[in-house]
Every structure is written in C-alpha cells, then in structure tokens.
Design a protein. Sequence first.
Length: 132
Amino acid sequence: MVTRWSPDTCDCIIEYNDDGTLSKIVKACDAHQGGTEADTFEAVLEENPRKNKSFKEILDNAPPALFDVDADTGTRVFKRGINVDFQWEGDAPNRNLKLKVQGISLTANQLNAIQNKINAKFGDGKVKLEQG
C-alpha cells in the first residue's frame, strides 16, 4: 500500500510505501527542487520532524503562562492567542528553521533556556528561536 503525504513544512507531495521507503515524489516544492527524489525525501523527512520536535521542546520547557494542559490527552498545548510561526532559511538539504513565538513576551532567560534545549537536540544553528 502507498500513502500520500503533504507535510505541513513545505508544499511537497510525497508517496511512500508501507515500509517507509519512497514510492515517488508527486510534487517537489520550490525549496526541494533540483535534487533527486531520494534527496527530496530525505530532506523533508529531516525537516518536518525537526519543526514538530522544536515545537514540543518549546512546550516542554516553557513557562506555565505559555501553555495549557489538554484535559483529554494530558499534553501541553499553546494557550489561545499564543502561536509559533516558522519559516525556513537557506537551501535544502541544509535549511535552518526560524521560529517566532507570538502572543506572549518571554524574557531573554526564558528564550535562552528553550534555545539551549533545542540546540542540545539538533545542534547549534539548526533552529533559531525568536520573540515575535
């Protein structure tokens, strides 16, 4: 069976097999054009989880003013009116992620603490956290 996937981090459309291997790139977005289908697949498979795991690091290491706990799942979610916008900088496969926290003013110490956790997970410079 083949699954069609459109990640929330770009406009690619990818089909992959049940075993997780690439079936085909249906559409490569502007950022992922130019390489092989395997290059596109690898880049998207690295970038999408990096964004999602960065959001989780923010929630896991944020002050309580930034999140609520979902009553059904027990997981942290951004409070209403707080969001994190993201954009990619650079060229695939070496794009860096820029995150902007909006709807709350975090102190420099709070931003630095979260940034340090993100750096420990992905390495320096792969994800940059800013106040929006």
